[in-house]
Design a protein around this ligand. Structure first.
Ligand code: ADP
Length: 261
């Protein structure tokens, strides 16, 4: 598949969290294909290093735990130093666990909120300060279909992702006067490691087979196939480009039509 070319992105520098696998890895590849130098930041340093090695010279790997301010500050300043500057933040690191709402533990709630919501707050604030200082920049947060509609067995995850959209809208309004755009993507049923784990959990919790769960996902998708990480990555690249210059505060559904508003 050929990627759209946005020449204005060539030479830009991006800080990407959760870039070692899944949607993040596809975003790293898609940005690199546009000539963007990418700092792939992940809690799993090995996966970030493998991704950077695959992508080549322009990519670097950085260790980060998006739950911790000191870790985000250290990773961001390492990336700034090694790439010379940062123009784009892709805040994509995320986790999900599946549990019935009535059986959810405090630990599970906190884990999802710490990575998915606090992680967005910290990465957006630290890079936002940098962008604000230099008077330009672009932020794309990974939200979810579950940020638009509450998903059963994912009440805690849904709540953590709804919060991401609220934050995205508010920050977009605060930073718009400086020309800094803040948007989010809302992926649906994407084929990643996270999805494999969710399918297994959902099958167990509902007492059906993983194949049945998978077929239900496809059946609910008007475009009639399972979503790929590349489907999401291409939209993220578009949101970083000048073609999206008048878009801010949006949560763009990339779901094959599963959710339409
Ligand atoms: P997705 O479907 O969102 O692509 P994955 O589980 O494949 O889901 O990818 C999520 C990425 O986020 C992984 O690379 C994972 O290592 C990363 N990640 C998870 N928790 C953290 C964290 N606390 N800090 C940084 N990265 C994290």
């Amino acid at each position: 598949m050929t990627h759209p070319v946005f020449p204005e992105l060539s030479g830009r520098r991006a800080f990407l969290t959760g870039g070692g696998t899944g949607i993040g890895l596809a975003i790293a590849r898609a940005l690199a294909a546009q000539g963007v130098a990418v700092a792939i930041a992940d809690i799993n340093l090995k996966s970030a290093e493998d991704a950077a090695a695959e992508i080549g010279n322009s990519a670097i790997a950085v260790e980060i735990d998006v739950r911790k301010r000191s870790s985000v500050e250290a990773a961001f300043s390492t990336a700034l130093e090694r790439l010379g500057d940062i123009d784009i933040l892709i805040a994509n690191a995320g986790v999900s666990t599946m549990q019935k709402a009535l059986e959810l533990t405090d630990e599970e709630w906190d884990f999802n909120f710490d990575v998915n919501t606090r992680g967005i707050f910290l990465t957006n604030q630290i890079s936002g300060r940098h962008f604000s200082q230099k008077g330009s920049g672009c932020i794309v947060n990974t939200a979810s279909l579950a940020a638009k509609v509450g998903a059963p067995l994912l009440a805690h995850y849904s709540a953590s992702k709804f919060a991401v959209l609220g934050w995205t809208q508010a920050l977009a309004r605060e930073l718009a006067p400086q020309g800094i755009r803040v948007n989010a993507v809302c992926p649906g049923f994407v084929k990643t490691g996270m999805q494999s784990r969710e399918i297994e959990w959902e099958a167990t919790l509902r007492g059906i087979s993983p194949e049945q769960v998978f077929n239900e996902y496809v059946g609910q998708t008007p475009l009639g196939r399972i979503e790929t990480p590349e489907d999401v990555a291409d939209v993220v690249v578009f949101l970083c480009s000048e073609s999206a210059r008048f878009m801010t505060g949006q949560g763009i559904n990339v779901t094959g039509g599963v959710y339409m508003t």
